[in-house]
Design a protein around this ligand. Structure first.
Ligand code: MG
Length: 215
């Protein structure tokens, strides 16, 4: 299935700044292609648009809905000055905070995928509270990685996923020595709820499916 992705988009996706492995991106592409005809795919955490490209290319091939990609574009906790993932190229000196929106827009424009993405520039929880309904066929959680941010994203957005739809969570590390635990805790919580089944894990991308008989 991955061969359906346009070569130039796949090459560009590799070059875009970001923290998503190609195998993870290709799986997102396949899932979006499978389900984007039913309802929109929702992405939390756009950053510079690497994962958005894979999702949007899948939506384009499905002829379905565009991706809804939500990010305040001011960088998450670990991307602030002095933190581990700070990138001076993405820093807005006039404001004194990162600004990833120009990079994100360039990514989509260069891939010819602007019309397949609806960008929402907002904190994800606030956007979710303003958009109380609306089904999603796929939810990709890759926003703030604190326990508070990750669990709010799950609580606010996951109930919108349609039966048979997907919940994808990035940065799953079962071993605390390898990475932060908040995404892993969200995945465990989803599985314990009985509403989701584990499909597979591709590198650090956890993929769950909403059960048809979800409580
Ligand atoms: Mg991530």
């Amino acid at each position: 299935m991955a061969e359906l992705m346009r070569h130039e988009v796949r090459r560009w996706a590799r070059e875009v700044k970001g923290f998503l492995a190609e195998a993870e991106g290709l799986r997102l592409f396949e899932l979006a292609r499978e389900c984007a005809g039913r309802a929109p795919c929702v992405e939390i955490g756009s950053y510079c648009g690497k994962s958005t490209l894979y999702l949007a290319e899948g939506c384009r091939l499905a002829g379905g809905y565009p991706v809804i990609s939500i990010d305040h574009h001011r960088g998450s906790e670990e991307q602030q000055p002095g933190e581990e993932y700070f990138d001076p190229e993405l820093f807005d000196h006039a404001v004194g905070r990162p600004d990833t929106l120009p990079c994100f827009r360039r990514t989509l424009q260069r891939a010819g995928l602007e019309e397949w993405v609806i960008a929402i520039v907002s904190d994800s929880a606030r956007a979710g509270r303003c958009w109380p309904d609306g089904p999603a066929s796929l939810l990709f959680i890759d926003g703030g990685h604190s326990e508070k941010a990750a669990s709010a994203d799950f609580e606010i957005w996951a109930p919108r996923v349609v039966p048979g739809g997907y919940l994808c969570i990035h940065d799953i590390f079962a071993d605390p020595a390898k990475g932060g635990q908040a995404p892993y805790h969200v995945m465990q919580r989803a599985l314990r709820s009985g509403g989701w089944s584990l499909v597979e894990q591709v590198e650090t991308l956890g993929i769950l499916r909403r059960r048809d008989d979800a409580p």
